[in-house]
Every structure is written in structure tokens, then in C-alpha cells.
Design a protein around this ligand. Structure first.
Ligand code: ADP
Ligand code: MG
Length: 316
């Protein structure tokens, strides 16, 4: 078995209380409450959770920007306390907040970062990285003149300057338009195909579902799920059969085995059922027994949103 790209064990972060805080606030904010999980090498791993769940805190601990209170973190096999330098060299992080010196050009931003990592000038990949994020034509523009989307792409290039085997993106597509989101997804999958392990946080369920092969869900600083995406989606037990019948319905059909029945039109009805208890075939058989002639059928799987709501007891 290959060791995980990242190993997180019993990670705890308590932010210090502001001076003069009273009552409950005096203990500070427990942002991570004993989180443990591994990120498998080669995966696209999604860390999903609502705002305030603790995602950025975890990412910032990986980045060395926040000190953990307790627990252990290994990045690429390097303990972040004992081997911080090697751990940092193994990971590239795109933080949630974009910060650039506005007077540097994209090329300079990447060259400076190369210098920061001590990469000899001849071995730097600034041009190649600019091409990869489609910013070659902005090579010499001031960073402050770039659009939000361009800045984000430049951040990805900056995170890859030292060719780390792991790339972490904190909310890469929050507040980003559809086109840029598509570009970011393409970049992420292309890097992953080249062998880069990718971790991304998001509160978009659909994004995690489409992009990630494994998803962990965090809520109130605790890990409440960590599974292959398919398994997680399968956790939602309810399935829906939508049927169109041959004649107008006098009333919506009813049966004790159905979880929910909704009439969607004069001849349309949607039956929600527990897939552990029955099959779509049985649903159709019951409808036929009730004298309905079925003309058309579609089924819908529960999606990640359903699972998320079940697990967190809240909407996304
Ligand atoms: P997420 O990224 O999932 O939205 P964060 O990790 O940013 O969540 O925040 C987790 C919790 O920790 C929130 O309640 C937030 O208010 C709190 N928090 C984050 N940063 C700090 C900080 N520097 N000082 C105190 N509390 C913080
Ligand atoms: Mg965050």
C-alpha cells in the first residue's frame, strides 16, 4: 500500500479568545475538534462543508499559516512539526483570499516565488506555468490590472512553482463565473492526470460530486463523513420514479410503501421511495395494480445534496 499524500490525525484547533471575552467566548473558538483522515495519493479529494465548518483552518494548518492546538499532520510523509521545510516543499496551496503585490507582473510573481523556494533561474518554469494557466499574453502586465479570474489562475501557477506532488485549493470557485469555473476544473483534472494529488474545499455539492473521487464532509469542526463519492451519494436512500400515465389522473395514487407522492401534471406523478425497501419495478407494479397505464418512466438518484442534508441536518 502506498502511504497517503496527507495524513491528519486527531487534529484540534482552538483559536484564542479575544481579549476581555466573557462567558462561552472566553474559551476561544474550537474550529477543529479532533479531525482524522487520509488523502490518498493520486486522488482528487474534496473537503466539503458549510461556511464556518473549519475548512480554511485545516488548509491554513497545512500551509503553515495557522498553528494547530493538537494532533498530527504528515504531508508526503513529513511531519509538519519536525520536517516543516520538507512538508512545505511537498505541497502547493492556493488560499481562499487572493493576495498579490499589485506592482509585480505575473512573470515576476512566479520568478519571485521560484526564488523563495531557492530554485535556480535556469530551472524555473515560469513561462511554462503561465502558458498552462493561459496567462502568457499577460506575462508583463501589472497584477493589479488582471481580472479576478486571471488572478486566481495566477495563484494556481504560483502554487505549482516548486512542482509539488500535492496541490490544495481553498474554495477555488467561490464567487467565480461559470466559464472560469470550467477552466479551473479543467486545470485541476489535467494536473491530476499528470499525477498531482489535489485537495479542494468547496461548499458547492455539485462541484465536489463531479470533480472529486473521494469526499470528506466537515461540520462544526468535526468530520461527519469520508467516503468515495459514489458511496456517499449512495447513502441517500431515497430514489424517485417519475411516470407519465395514459389518461388524466383523478387523484394522485397512494400506497403505504411510498415515501412521498407528488402529482406533477394532469398525467404526471413522482413517487419517492426508499431504495433499501423496494425497487423501481415494484413501484411501477403497484401503480399498474391501481389501474394506471404507464406511458413513460424516468428515475432519479439522490444526489450529494440529499446526503449532505441528511448528514448535517441543514441545507448547503
Ligand atoms: P470555513 O473555511 O469552513 O468556512 P473557517 O476555518 O474559516 O471555516 O472557520 C472555522 C471557525 O473558526 C469559524 O467559526 C470562524 O469564525 C472561526 N475562525 C476562523 N479564523 C479565526 C481566527 N483567526 N480567530 C478566531 N476565530 C476564527
Ligand atoms: Mg473557508
Amino acid at each position: 500500500m502506498t502511504p497517503p499524500a496527507i495524513r491528519i490525525e486527531n487534529l484540534v484547533k482552538r483559536y484564542a479568545a479575544p481579549k476581555g471575552a466573557k462567558g462561552e467566548d472566553a474559551a476561544g473558538k474550537l474550529a477543529l475538534d479532533g479531525v482524522s483522515f487520509d488523502v490518498p495519493e493520486g486522488s482528487i479529494f474534496g473537503l466539503l462543508g458549510p461556511n464556518g465548518a473549519g475548512k480554511s483552518t485545516l488548509i491554513n494548518i497545512l500551509a503553515g499559516l495557522v498553528n494547530k492546538t493538537d494532533g498530527q499532520v504528515d504531508i508526503w510523509g513529513f511531519d509538519i512539526d519536525r520536517h516543516r521545510r520538507n512538508a512545505s516543499r511537498s505541497i502547493g496551496i492556493v488560499p481562499q483570499e487572493i493576495v498579490f503585490d499589485p506592482f509585480f507582473t505575473p512573470f515576476e510573481v512566479l520568478e519571485n516565488q521560484g526564488g523563495f523556494y531557492g530554485i535556480p533561474v535556469r530551472e524555473r518554469r515560469s513561462e511554462e506555468l503561465l502558458a498552462a494557466v493561459r496567462l502568457s499574453d499577460k506575462r508583463n502586465a501589472y497584477a493589479r490590472t488582471l481580472s479576478g479570474g486571471m488572478k486566481r489562475r495566477l495563484m494556481v501557477a504560483k502554487a505549482m512553482v516548486h512542482s509539488p506532488p500535492i496541490l490544495v485549493l481553498d474554495e477555488p470557485t467561490a464567487g467565480v463565473d461559470v466559464e472560469l469555473r470550467r477552466q479551473l476544473w479543467e486545470m485541476v483534472t489535467a494536473l491530476n492526470r499528470e499525477g498531482v494529488t489535489v485537495v479542494l474545499t468547496t461548499h458547492y455539492l455539485e462541484e465536489a460530486e463531479q470533480l472529486c473521487d473521494r469526499i470528506a464532509i466537515i461540520n462544526h469542526g468535526q468530520l461527519i463523513a469520508n467516503k468515495p463519492t459514489r458511496e456517499l451519494v449512495n447513502m441517500a436512500r431515497e430514489k424517485i420514479v417519475a411516470v407519465t400515465v395514459a389518461a388524466d389522473l383523478a387523484a394522485a395514487p397512494a400506497h403505504e410503501a411510498f415515501a412521498k407522492v407528488e402529482q406533477t401534471g394532469p398525467r404526471g406523478v413522482e413517487v419517492t421511495y426508499d431504495k433499501d425497501r423496494m425497487s423501481a419495478g415494484q413501484v411501477l407494479a403497484i401503480l399498474q395494480e391501481q389501474g394506471l397505464t404507464i406511458e413513460d418512466v424516468t428515475t432519479r438518484e439522490a444526489d450529494l445534496e440529499d446526503v449532505f442534508v441528511q448528514l448535517t441536518g441543514s441545507g448547503a
